[in-house]
Design a protein around this ligand. Structure first.
Ligand code: AP5
Length: 224
């Protein structure tokens, strides 16, 4: 594949961040997770962070006009010339249209939009037990991927926290928002012939193997 422009799609808690970390290491591509970018902006108290915080705390999406520029700037950068992995963007049809126009303007296209498919019940179980590294965002789960020492990140030793939007009432609202605003992107990318579905209910290792296998198939098809 000449370049790999990959979108990770799926409900909150489907494992986009978990798989994004692994794919980033495998493919050595820049990984842009809008949730992480916005949380960093909130922590730094930038204008972007101040705008985003109230939406994020409620489990609403930040407005398209706020987030589109954030990603456009990265996709255009030299770092992303050989491809990129997007996690959490696009999340509305407006964002997907904007990304499509951006790619067209650069003479490039989306290679695949990988839908990590999990049920709403599984989302609630996963987000209820998630623990996130306060420093670098590494992800754990109290039952499915427990850290060796409680509340300490295995990778960098930082404190593990419960994200503000992982409270039960906010989780429910994030799911509603997903169904209303983001799920239409499944049809959007299917119609454009780039949607790839992966069963996200499997073990993280197996989900990762399946994503790598489908990317390998795409590469073979391109070489034929
Ligand atoms: P964001 O941070 O993107 O949240 P999200 O999409 O809701 O996704 P999550 O990070 O909650 O879950 P994930 O799919 O990455 O799952 P994870 O790997 O952590 O966005 C946060 C907020 O920012 C939004 O609500 C919005 O306000 C704003 N925002 C962001 N992007 C925006 C945009 N484009 N437009 C507008 N607003 C935007 O896994 C979850 C848990 O499950 C972990 O504990 C993990 O260990 C565990 N786990 C993972 N995989 C498995 C598995 N296979 N089996 C068992 N457990 C697993």
């Amino acid at each position: 594949m000449s370049e790999l422009n990959l979108i990770l799609l799926g409900p909150p808690g489907s494992g986009k961040g978990t798989q994004g970390e692994r794919l980033q290491e495998d493919f050595r591509l820049p990984y842009y997770a809008t949730g992480d970018i916005l949380r960093a902006a909130v922590a730094e108290g930038t204008e972007l962070g101040r705008t985003a915080k109230e939406y994020m705390d409620r489990g609403d999406l930040v407005p398209d006009e706020v987030i589109i520029g954030v990603i456009a700037e990265r996709v255009e950068g030299a770092e992303a010339a050989d491809g990129f992995i997007l996690d959490g963007f696009p999340r509305t049809v407006g964002q997907a249209d904007a990304l499509g126009e951006e790619m067209e303007g650069l003479g490039r296209s989306i290679t695949a939009a990988v839908l990590i498919d999990v049920s709403d019940e599984e989302v609630v179980r996963r987000l209820g037990g998630r623990r996130t590294c306060a420093k670098n965002g590494h992800i754990f789960h109290v039952d499915f991927d427990p850290p060796k020492n409680e509340d300490v990140c295995d990778i960098c030793g930082a404190r593990l926290i419960v994200r503000d939007d992982d409270k039960p009432e906010v989780i429910r609202h994030r799911l509603e928002t997903y169904h209303e605003k983001t799920k239409p992107l499944v049809d959007f990318y299917e119609e454009r012939g780039v949607l790839k579905r992966v069963d996200g209910s499997l073990e993280p290792e197996e989900v990762g193997n399946r994503i790598r296998a489908l990317l390998a198939t795409l590469r073979m098809e391109e070489e034929l």
